[in-house]
Design a protein around this ligand. Structure first.
Ligand SMILES: Nc1nc2c([nH]c(=O)n2[C@H]2C[C@H](O)[C@@H](COP(=O)(O)OP(=O)(O)OP(=O)(O)O)O2)c(=O)[nH]1
Ligand SMILES: [Mg+2]
Length: 146
């Protein structure tokens, strides 16, 4: 009971807009590597960030991708929302498919960027919450391929 109360009062909660950015021929997705210090240091992720008070998830994703990677995207369909609890943080990741419109991705707020296929995602170290996203991507891919 004490632990539960401590968790409820001290655990930070953040709502994050996340983009699965497809290249023009819809073969590859953009992932970035988090900086070597801070939360989830060195993990690979889908780009995104905190939803500000006034924003929709779509607004947030468009803004974050411009700020973090200097790319312009069209935010499309919702893929999945993942609620996940880390040791010191609770997050909701609101994930949308995006189309890359323009701009060569720049590693502004991350250490590295790569375009990868859905199958290649398995070889990268991703935050625990992201496995649900990868699963949803594989499911939508198998549906698309009939
Ligand atoms: N962007 C992103 N965040 C993720 C993913 N998976 C995952 O667990 N997270 C978590 C890690 C962080 O705790 C949180 C997002 O934090 P962030 O550092 O990107 O947030 P931000 O860009 O708004 O940065 P800041 O305001 O905290 O400086 O969501 C993911 O695939 N992409
Ligand atoms: Mg971010």
């Amino acid at each position: 009971m004490t632990n539960l109360r401590t968790d409820l009062t001290t655990k930070k909660y953040r709502c994050i807009g996340v983009g699965v950015v497809w290249d023009r021929d819809r073969q590859r997705i953009l992932i970035d590597r988090r900086l070597p210090e801070g939360e989830l240091a060195g993990y690979w992720e889908f780009p995104g960030g905190k939803i500000e008070g006034h924003e929709t998830a779509t607004d947030c994703i468009k803004r974050e991708l411009q700020e973090e990677l200097a790319i312009d995207v069209e935010v499309g369909d919702h893929l999945i929302t993942v609620d996940f609890e880390y040791e010191t943080l609770r997050v909701s990741l609101i994930v949308h498919h995006c189309m890359h419109i323009s701009g060569e991705p720049q590693a502004i707020a991350c250490s590295e960027i790569r375009w990868v296929t859905v199958d290649e995602l398995d070889t990268y170290q991703l935050p625990a919450a992201n496995y649900q996203i990868v699963h949803a991507l594989k499911e939508s891919k198998s549906l698309n391929c009939g």
